[in-house]
Design a protein around this ligand. Structure first.
Ligand SMILES: Nc1ncnc2c1ncn2[C@@H]1O[C@H](COP(=O)(O)OP(=O)(O)OP(=O)(O)O)[C@@H](O)[C@H]1O
Ligand SMILES: [Mg+2]
Length: 334
């Protein structure tokens, strides 16, 4: 069952002395109940603005177009008051830097219990008890005592667990996590990923996970949307996408993943491959495929014709935007 249905989402930023920036264009996806959607792409590809648009949290110069249906309502046309009732209640949020969602001047208890008291009319005492339970669920030791501390008294990894616990207090149907592990070291990253996996499995929380790390997506996502320069270039089930990436950019992202050797260890001698070149600058006029200047498989017409997102033959629910036939892309040795 579709929980959230996004159709032709666009985000345009107006600028005082320059042409507008179309940060997100024609983005469509559905988030099914209890599923995890991974959104990947390089810096500036429009991942964050996509979810900020859904939550009504765009910067003041941003305007949306399209539709985002949630529980029969278009999120893009709701008032801030209506959105306030959904955000932090039915839809939880976790951002890259835990300090953006934690107030340094309030104890963890005060910020955790606020949503419950405000949205659910729960008493302070019950809210405190539920908050302690939520902290225990994300493995905060000694939660009953720690809850009265301030955010700066927690380590970075613990702070992120606090924000996840807070987001989960109201048992949201959807959790939106924008680069939740980027600011954390590798071991803590793995713990947070494991935590998200458990929440998805045990509570059935649907997750939109934004990351530029294909490895993180591989571990969590049911479906993947790959963005490039504000548009979707490929969208498919995680399995189909990892087994048969059909867009040269997706292949580039997968090739950049560290290789595992036969023992399942990272091969430290293997060169880390990256995609040469840079994405177009914000607001830059694009005539052909936005990826063509960096694409090893680009042909002349790729520079002149912008590819539309089209169903991938043979892949259920898979879409790609590329002028080169899938077969020709698969022929190229990886
Ligand atoms: N207020 C703004 N005015 C103009 N352009 C903006 C504004 N906010 C964001 N943008 C532009 O929107 C585009 C998409 O940004 P977005 O934050 O969605 O990227 P991202 O994919 O989340 O990147 P990252 O991985 O770095 O977080 C960028 O080109 C950015 O410059
Ligand atoms: Mg971002």
């Amino acid at each position: 069952m579709a929980l959230l249905e996004v159709k032709d989402l666009g985000v345009r930023f107006t600028r005082r002395d320059a042409s507008p920036v179309d940060a997100v264009q024609r983005v469509s996806f559905t988030l099914e109940k209890g599923k995890t959607l991974g959104i990947v792409g390089e810096s500036g590809s429009g991942k964050s603005q996509t979810v900020m648009a859904l939550l009504g949290l765009l910067p003041g110069n941003g305007q949306t177009s399209g539709e985002a249906l949630y529980a029969g309502r278009n999120l893009l046309t709701l008032s801030q008051r209506e959105l306030n009732q959904i955000r932090g209640d039915r839809i939880g949020m976790v951002f890259q830097d835990p300090m953006t969602s934690l107030n340094p001047f309030l104890t963890v208890e005060r910020q955790m219990t606020e949503a419950l008291q405000m949205h659910r009319g729960v008493s302070r005492r019950d809210a405190r008890r539920q908050a302690i339970e939520a902290l225990q669920r994300v493995w905060i030791p000694d939660a009953a005592r720690r809850i009265d501390r301030y955010p700066h008294e927690f380590s970075g990894g613990m702070r992120q667990r606090v924000t996840i616990a807070t987001a989960l207090l109201t048992e949201p149907e959807i959790l939106i996590a924008d680069e939740p592990t980027t600011a954390l070291d590798v071991t803590v990253q793995a713990q947070i990923i494991e935590l998200l996996r458990e929440l998805n499995r045990d509570l059935g929380t649907a997750i939109i996970l934004i990351t530029h790390d294909m490895g993180v997506v591989a571990g969590l996502a049911d479906d993947v949307m790959v963005m490039y320069a504000g548009r979707t270039v490929e969208r498919a089930s995680a399995q189909a996408l990892f087994e048969h990436p059909t867009h040269p950019y997706t292949r580039g992202l997968l090739d950049a993943l560290p290789r595992l050797d036969d023992d399942g260890m990272h091969d430290i001698d293997a060169p880390l491959r990256t995609i040469a070149g840079n994405p177009p600058a914000p607001g830059e006029a694009i005539t052909g495929c936005a990826f063509a200047p960096r694409c090893a498989l680009a042909r002349e017409r790729c520079h002149g014709t912008r590819p539309e997102l089209e169903p991938i033959t043979g892949v259920t629910d898979g879409w790609r935007a590329c002028l080169r036939p899938v077969a020709e892309i698969e022929e190229v040795v990886r």
